[in-house]
Write a protein that binds this ligand. Sequence first.
Ligand SMILES: Cc1ncc(COP(=O)(O)O)c(C=O)c1O
Length: 423
Amino acid sequence: MTRNHTRSAELAARAAGLTPGGVHSNVRLAGPRVFFERGEGAWLWDVDGNDYVDYLLGQGPNFLGHAPRAVNDAVAAAMRRGSVFGAQHALENDASELFLQAVGWADRVRFGVSGTESVQLALRLARAATGRRRFVRFAGHYHGWLDNVLVRTVDETTTPASAGQLDQFDQFHVLPYNDLAAVETLLAEHADDLAAILLEPVMCNSGVVPPRDGYLRGLRDLCDRHSVVLIFDEVITGFRIAPGGAADRYGVAPDLATYGKAMAGGWPVAAVAGRAELMDPIGTGEVNHSGTFNASVPACAAVAATLRQLRDDPPYDRLETHGGKLVDGLRELGTRHDVPLRAQGLPMAFHMSFGDPSPIHDLGQLDRLDLERYARFAHVLVDYGVWVAPRGIWYISAAHGEKELVAVLERVDAALAAGGGDR
Ligand SMILES: Cc1ncc(COP(=O)(O)O)c(C=O)c1O
């Protein structure tokens, strides 16, 4: 099956002369150069009129589906009164209250624009509170594209991931995820200079790897014992895997957490939340956190409308059911077509690839998978009307239902039947 992509190809050729690589985020370099016309619910339409069932969701933000009516109406109505004032407006309080109610454990929230900057604020707050400098992070976890957090780990060796990146490796220790003993050993030796432990509570940027039983609780206890700040990077998991993210789902409260993506119905909003004693130094000016577009009118309208919808019509059980059936269906297709298609995840976010079906617990074990073969398959799926990330993560939205389930399984089936899984 070959779809017509003429118009996309023309636009891609034009874009190539305008922006490096023809894309405005390097994450998209690995993706097909499709140009989209519009999205609605769980579906996308490209500029050539092709439809796609979407399990990429803009890398996560479209948790309510594309163009969610309640959010768009709230944003449009709010924007008629302006968008940034360099001062306060009442919607900020609505958004903050709904946010803190959903998160549950946190006393304060600060809104920003991107997950990347939220991580920086959280690290700064941890350093300010402890007077210590370094932090612990984990191999395979992504915390944004800035110099002090962007790394690549291959065969247990971690290096900067970009040319031009300042080497700030003396700021952090990189440990394997899901290995509590490794953290315990490091803290026993280095806690005196450790401000924070920073992690994706579910490693979603390399596979979708849940914490082992007791791992998050163990980190909590170690942080308490050594007066180290525990930071959950919930940019993917926040509001997605439970109303209060991983903290809620696994019953372990961090000291600070960062959010983005699912919180605002597709709008660019991020946040840091935390305990009052850690957050309040921002309010005295002791810790600086600034931003022209922080808590803009459309951002707060989007957060408030999204979180109201999640509170009043929680989609979590539906997502669990849809995800369960989808993962089962995909595995079944793998068996039927005799390809080692494997899935692992929660399943509101899960990871697809080819390889050994046994569970992955850390970055090193991802070696068992054929990630390149899966990336090729994701490109093939474009021609069958399935839009997914070449890196393997699938996101489900509240707008995905039976119709999408039937469509996606039929389309993946057709792609595999045509040899799309490179048998
Ligand atoms: C866990 C995590 N933290 C931080 C970020 C950075 O967020 P942003 O892309 O909004 O800067 C991401 C982005 O994917 C992420 O997945």
